[in-house]
Ligand binder design. Structure first.
Ligand code: BGC
Length: 373
C-alpha cells in the first residue's frame, strides 16, 4: 500500500513539473511535433454538431500554423461536464480559457471558478451570462444573422397571405434570442402588413403588432418554437406543426430555421409532406451538408460565418492576455452583470447564386467535397 502511495506521489510530482513547463512560449516537453504549449485551454459545446467540429479544425489549423499546441475539450451538451473540463484545464495551469458555453447562464459558475484561479475568460461565439467572470467576447454579428433570415424570406415572398413557420435555437443560448430578434425586426412589419401569416406559433401571433420585443416576450415565442439546437427535436416539432396545419396553411411555405442542422431536419419534414408544394428555408453556419443541400435545391440559404476569423480573434486576444495586455474591443455586449468588451465579425448570406464564389473559389472548402457544383 505504502509503495503504491509512493508511486502515486512521484507521479504527482512528475506531473506538477510537466505542468510547470506549461507556460506561454515554453517548449512542450511532451510533444515531438516541435509545437510550443500555449497556456490556453479551449472548451467547445459538442462534437455532435458539425459547426463545432469546424471550429475545432480551424483552431487546430491556426494553432499549428503559429507553432502552438493547446488542449481542446468538448462538453457534449452537458454543463456538469463543461465544469469538469474547466476544472481540469485550470488544474493544468492554463492562464486563459476560451469557452463556448453549452448553457450561457449555467456556465457562469465555471467561469467564476476559472477567474478565481486567476484565469482570463474569453467567451467564444456564445456569451457566458449573468457573471462578472468573463473578460472578453469574440462573436459574429448575430443580429445580422437573424436579419439575413428575415430578408431572404421577405425577398422571396410575393403578394399577401404567405405561410410562415418560425423556429428558434435553444433558450439556454443567448444567441438564440439575438438571431430571433434580428429575424423578427425584418419579418414583423411584413407580418403586420399581411405579407406573411404565422402558422405555427400562437405566441408570435399574439405579439405580431410589436416590432421591438422584450427578452421576456422573445422568450415566450422561443419557448414555443425552440429546436433546442437539436436535429431530432427540430424534425419532431416540424412534423407536429405540419400535422396541426390545414392544407391551406401549406402549399408554398416560408420557414425561418435557426441554423443548418435544424434547417436540414425541418426541410426534410416539410419535403415529406405532400401538401407542401414548395418551401423556402433559412440556415446558418455553412456546414458542408447544408452547402450540398443548397447545391441540390433542398435548403434555400445559409449564413456563412467565417470561423477562421473568430478563431484568429480568440487566439490573438489570448496571446495579448498572456503578454499582460488587454485586447482591443470593437464594442460590448451586456451579459446581465457587465458590459463585456467584444470583437465582432460580419457575416455573409449564401444562396445557390454565390455558393461557389463564397465557399469554394475562396478556398474555404474544396470543390471535391461536393457534387453537382
Ligand atoms: C451558434 C450557431 C450554432 C448554434 C448551435 C449558436 O450559438 O452561433 O452557429 O449553429 O449555436 O450550436
Amino acid at each position: 500500500m505504502k509503495k503504491i502511495l509512493m508511486i502515486a506521489m512521484i507521479t504527482i510530482i512528475a506531473l506538477t513539473v510537466t505542468v510547470g513547463l506549461f507556460a506561454g512560449g515554453q517548449k512542450d516537453s511532451a510533444s515531438d511535433s516541435g509545437a510550443k504549449k500555449l497556456a490556453v485551454g479551449i472548451i467547445l459545446p459538442t462534437k455532435d454538431e458539425p459547426r463545432w467540429i469546424q471550429d475545432e479544425a480551424r483552431f487546430r489549423e491556426a494553432l499549428e500554423k503559429a507553432g502552438y499546441s493547446v488542449e481542446i475539450l468538448f462538453s457534449q451538451g452537458d454543463s456538469a461536464r463543461e465544469r469538469a473540463n474547466v476544472e481540469a484545464l485550470v488544474a493544468k495551469g492554463i492562464e486563459v480559457l476560451i469557452m463556448t458555453p453549452q448553457d450561457g447562464a449555467a456556465a457562469g459558475a465555471a467561469a467564476e471558478y476559472a477567474a478565481n484561479a486567476g484565469v482570463k475568460v474569453i467567451s467564444y461565439d456564445r456569451l457566458i451570462t449573468n457573471t462578472n467572470a468573463v473578460d472578453y467576447y469574440v462573436t459574429f454579428d448575430s443580429f445580422s444573422v437573424g436579419k439575413a433570415f428575415g430578408q431572404y424570406l421577405v425577398d422571396n415572398a410575393k403578394g399577401s397571405g404567405n405561410n410562415l413557420y418560425l423556429y428558434a435555437g435553444a433558450a439556454s443560448d443567448n444567441n438564440a434570442f439575438i438571431f430571433f430578434d434580428g429575424a423578427w425586426s425584418i419579418l414583423q412589419p411584413k407580418i403586420a402588413d399581411g405579407t406573411f401569416v404565422i402558422q405555427n406559433s400562437s405566441e408570435a401571433i399574439a405579439l405580431s403588432a410589436k416590432k421591438d420585443l422584450s427578452r421576456a416576450e422573445l422568450g415566450k415565442i422561443i419557448g414555443q418554437v425552440t429546436t433546442n439546437w437539436d436535429f431530432n427535436f427540430a424534425k419532431n416539432l416540424a412534423e407536429a406543426n405540419l400535422t396541426a396545419a390545414s392544407a391551406a396553411a401549406k402549399g408554398e411555405v416560408f420557414i425561418a430555421a435557426p441554423n443548418d442542422g435544424t434547417a436540414r431536419a425541418i426541410a426534410d419534414a416539410f419535403s415529406a409532406d405532400s401538401d407542401v408544394a414548395k418551401y423556402y428555408v433559412t440556415g446558418q453556419d455553412a456546414e458542408k451538408a447544408s452547402v450540398q443541400y443548397i447545391i441540390d435545391g433542398k435548403q434555400s440559404m445559409t449564413v456563412f460565418k467565417d470561423v477562421r476569423t473568430l478563431v484568429s480573434d480568440a487566439i490573438s486576444a489570448a496571446v495579448t492576455y498572456l503578454e499582460g495586455n488587454t485586447p482591443k474591443a470593437t464594442g460590448s455586449y451586456d451579459n446581465g452583470s457587465k458590459k463585456v468588451p467584444a470583437m465582432q465579425t460580419e457575416v455573409i448570406t449564401v444562396t445557390s447564386d454565390n455558393v461557389k464564389s463564397v465557399l469554394i473559389d475562396s478556398g474555404y472548402y474544396d470543390a471535391g467535397d461536393f457534387t453537382g457544383l
